[in-house]
Design a protein around this ligand. Structure first.
Ligand code: EPU
Length: 345
């Protein structure tokens, strides 16, 4: 383990924010992790876990030890006729892993192709797209538990997976994810309930084609972070109680919505932002993407302050027009490397 000081994190966060970390190290093994945690304890530093950097908002200076997760490896565990278990290092690139599963004829993750980031971050916000959430295909998550000071495996049923949510989000400082154990299917059961996808896959209903079409749809709507630095969807799609939704739908019958369990309805934040006039609009160097209003883009050297000014303006305009509060999806950090609330100034 090698600790570096004053490290620029700009290349490691997809919004390209300038962020200097006082301390930084790569974690390529569980031994590295233990040594780094010891160092942080001795130096009384908080730790900040950096994965693919595709869902984080960083301040310009961070006084903390950044752990850049880089544990590699894909290991086949047990399997039967129906499913195969796999152990995957937290540092594997998510999209490359999805492509690999399809090549190996292991099914389930194809709808999640081209999501940026690394495998270790996938359970944290239970990444989801086109009708699939990763939690459905996770068997367990291997972690170092900083509270109990031991390695352990948390079964999927105890991870509390829900829309963009898991226990890892609730208790961000407790667990460091080292590996994810997946359970993938040996036979493809294509999930085609998402509108655009159903039509696109109609002619050739194979997992390979499904993956190809997901990649195609994403590329046609979502900006490539290399060209337009972004963190994917910037806000969660609000989930409303049925009776609240019914009132809003009377006024705005075109509002795209998706029924949820327990009398709830999910509505499209992208549509609300679009209707509020923010699609393709900028405030200074930060704006909402012209092809998908849910994605915030850093068009030039924005600071966290610029980013916050823009998303707060979007929140305000959506509130004024629809009386709906949008909740940001990416995680906001303070100068001590700790997660902070989006509501604070
Ligand atoms: N819409 C507009 N204007 C816009 C954007 C969207 O009217 O500018 C409308 C669309 O026409 C559509 C609806 O809003 O009727 C939903 O749009 P879309 O299908 O693009 O999906 P989304 O709800 O905006 C969610 C996820 C995406 C995921 C897609 C596909 C969230 C926060 N976002 O977006 O996830 O890829 O569905 O499943 O749940 C991500 O989290 O980074 C991400 C890209």
């Amino acid at each position: 383990m090698h600790i570096q000081t004053q490290v620029q994190l700009k290349p490691f966060n997809t919004l390209n924010l300038d962020a200097i970390a006082s301390h930084y190290t790569k974690i390529t093994s569980t031994e590295d992790l233990l040594a780094a945690l010891d160092f942080a304890e001795q130096q009384q530093l908080n730790i900040l876990i950096l994965s693919g950097g595709s869902n984080m908002l960083l301040p310009e200076h961070i006084h903390a030890l950044v752990l850049h997760m880089d544990i590699q490896g894909i290991e086949l565990l047990d399997g039967d006729d129906v499913q195969q278990r796999l152990k995957v290092g937290a540092g594997q690139i998510w999209h490359d892993f999805v492509l690999w599963t399809t090549k190996e004829q292991l099914y389930g993750l194809q709808n999640l192709a081209l999501i940026p980031g690394l495998v270790g971050a996938s359970p944290v916000q239970n990444i989801g797209a086109y009708g699939v959430e990763v939690g459905e295909f996770i068997d367990s998550v291997e972690v170092y538990d900083r509270k109990l000071k031991q390695f352990s495996a948390i079964a999927a049923k105890d991870c509390d997976f829900a829309y963009r949510h898991s226990i890892f989000k609730d208790d961000p400082n407790r667990y460091v994810i080292t590996h994810v154990i997946f359970k993938l299917l040996k036979q493809a059961h294509l999930k085609l309930n998402y509108g655009d996808l159903k039509a696109a896959v109609a002619d050739e209903q194979t997992a390979e084609n499904l993956q190809r079409q997901v990649i195609h749809i994403r590329q046609s709507k979502l900006p490539n972070p290399q060209e337009y630095p972004n963190v994917g969807s910037f806000f969660k799609n609000p989930v409303l109680e049925q009776k609240v939704f019914d009132q809003i739908a009377q006024k705005f019958p075109q509002l795209p919505h998706y029924p949820q369990p327990n009398d709830h309805v999910k509505i499209a934040a992208g549509w609300l932002i679009d209707q509020s006039g923010w699609k393709g609009k900028q405030l200074g160097v930060v704006g909402m993407f012209h092809k998908q209003a849910l994605v915030l883009v850093n068009y030039a050297d924005a600071s966290l302050k610029d980013v916050r000014a823009t998303y707060r303006a979007v929140q305000q305009d959506v509130w004024n027009q629809f009386n709906i509060a949008l909740e940001p999806e990416p995680v906001l950090f303070d100068e001590q490397g700790l997660i902070r609330s989006h509501q604070e100034n």
